[in-house]
Design a binder for this molecule. Structure first.
Ligand code: NAD
Length: 488
């Protein structure tokens, strides 16, 4: 729906809050029915989704299925089969001092949540968090990105036809609408986008003490070890090329931003990358068939500006053609552009790949550590010591060895950033947790009523408490043996 005015917004949110208060969205049956409805929405409308993604980003159907439709189908099916298990309370150990007692962690929905999605994966980045919100029993408002208008109106038109529209609403619009939504009080805001807008979201949320999940971006580096085996290098080059120019043509938060490699290995890497690019996209550098286009003129101009610096332009070793009319930028490789140029200080978010040479691979760790914490660090290596060093000496939302981007498709791995690349995580059970509050529940019995904590206090009570805390592991043992339950 389009937002007409404040009153209409208040009414819509009032209806959503009322639905939550009614308790309807808490039942497993409601959650499962909505997840099934998402699956039906997706399968009934596959062609419309292909068309919308083609219109917004020029996405090929294979890519559209892999990164958008398939992601949603997989995620909805996984949640559908797991949601009852996730909803079940989990036992918690209670200290011996309070024995007999029963402790539980009970997940409860947060209430009414707001989801802002991004334009680069306009279907999956909207529906995947929504699956989490629904699985956890919340009501939700989804604001799709205005920069992918065909997908935004597809979601706005279709969601009300399939989902419970007294509990889930789509509100379309740009910055003005986003600002109005941010003035409202939510029980959670889940935002996917830039660190700049992430700051705006967080300060708006602070006014109401609303918890936020910020799925942001940044520069994802790749460390390429000097692979001595040529067939390994060939595989690495294909995966790097796919990780850069594949999904959304480099307009992905987890796209490889730049590659770090030892000097002596750079020319071999460049030749291998050229081979992979030719294999993927053929001789026509701006062949639209398999390469997503840049989302709009603003982002196209932004990327062109990155290349305008004469020192950056001089570092191009492959590509560089620009098709202004169709908003296509040829897969472009640069060797050692100046480190203080914008291409190396800002997230690229497009099909330009700088290769930065280092004297030795250790230097690449120092290089990464001198920058904000990335969303993902990629490492292509067979060297276990280097893998360990990347894992223990750097910090990032995730680390992937010997491939790129595929971790985004794994529901059992948490997806999210750290530091400037965001905080909070989602996918699979992590989405459920993100949209739930884990309520601690403690139940004691009336008998026996140990006087130990009550005044008057004395030395023997102190000794008893000291021993009870010291030997608390007996209680943990009882907990694991399931014996404590017998006494409560
Ligand atoms: P953006 O941050 O400009 O916009 C995202 C959303 O914020 C849009 O829906 C927009 O309407 C809203 N918005 C824009 N300006 C606003 C304002 N002043 N007040 C309130 N809301 C406002 O997104 P972008 O820069 O176009 O997207 C690219 C960024 O998103 C990159 O940094 C990328 O890495 C990141 N991203 C992250 C993920 C992830 O999962 N971590 C996924 C995709 C994109």
């Amino acid at each position: 729906m389009e937002l007409e005015g404040e009153v209409e917004l208040e009414e819509s949110l009032g209806e959503l809050r009322q639905s939550f208060r009614s308790g309807r969205t808490r039942s497993a049956s409601w959650r499962k029915a909505q997840l099934e409805a998402i699956l039906k929405l997706i399968t009934d409308n596959e062609d419309k989704i292909f068309k919308a993604l083609q219109q917004d980003l020029g996405k090929h159907p294979v890519e559209a299925y892999c990164d958008e439709i398939g992601v949603v189908v997989k995620s909805a099916n996984y949640s559908l089969s797991s949601v009852e298990k996730w909803m079940a309370p989990k036992k918690g150990h209670i200290p011996l001092l309070f024995f007999p007692a029963k402790g539980e962690v009970l997940p409860e929905p947060l209430g009414l949540v707001l989801i802002f999605s991004c334009w680069n994966f306009p279907i999956s980045l909207a529906l995947d968090p929504l699956i989490g919100a629904i699985s956890a029993g919340n009501t939700a408002v989804l604001k799709p990105s205005e920069l992918a208008p065909a997908c935004s109106s597809f979601l706005a038109d279709t969601i009300p036809l399939y989902l419970d529209n007294k509990a889930i609403k789509v509100i379309e619009g740009g910055t003005d609408v986003a600002e109005k939504l941010l003035q409202q009080k939510w029980d959670k805001i889940f935002f996917t986008g830039s660190p700049r807008v992430g700051q705006i979201v967080m300060s708006a949320a602070a006014k109401h003490l609303t918890p936020v999940t910020l799925e942001l971006g940044g520069k994802c580096p790749l460390i390429l070890d000097s692979l001595t085996n040529l067939s390994d290098l060939k595989v690495a080059a294909k995966r790097i090329a796919w990780g850069k120019w594949g999904p959304s043509g480099g307009q992905a938060c987890v796209a490889i931003d730049y590659v770090l490699v030892e000097h002596r290995f750079a020319s071999l890497l460049i030749e291998s990358l050229k081979g992979a690019i030719k294999k993927f996209y053929g001789d026509d550098p701006t062949n639209l068939k398999y390469l997503s286009r840049i989302v709009n003129k603003h982002h196209f101009d932004r990327l062109c500006n990155l290349l305008e610096d004469p020192n950056v332009e001089a570092s191009i070793v492959h590509g560089g053609s620009l098709d202004k009319n169709n908003l296509i930028i040829e897969p472009t490789v640069l060797l050692d552009p100046p480190l203080d140029a914008e291409i190396m200080t800002e997230e690229i978010f497009g099909p330009l790949l700088p290769i930065i040479t280092v004297n030795n691979i250790q230097e690449s760790i120092e290089f990464i550590n001198s920058k904000p914490k990335p969303l993902t660090i990629y490492g292509f290596t067979k060297n276990e010591a280097l893998k360990k060093q990347i894992l223990t000496e750097t910090s990032s939302g995730s680390v992937v060895f010997n491939d790129a981007l595929v971790h985004f498709l794994c529901d059992d791995l948490p997806f999210g950033g750290v530091g400037q690349s965001g905080f909070g995580r989602y996918h699979g059970k992590y989405s459920f947790d993100t949209f739930s509050h884990e309520k601690a529940v403690l139940q004691r019995s009336f008998f026996p009523d140990l006087e130990i904590l009550y005044p008057p206090l004395n030395d023997s009570k102190l000794q008893f408490i000291r021993l009870a805390y010291k030997f608390d592991y007996v209680g943990i043992l009882l907990h694991f043996l399931g014996l404590k339950k017998t006494f409560t």
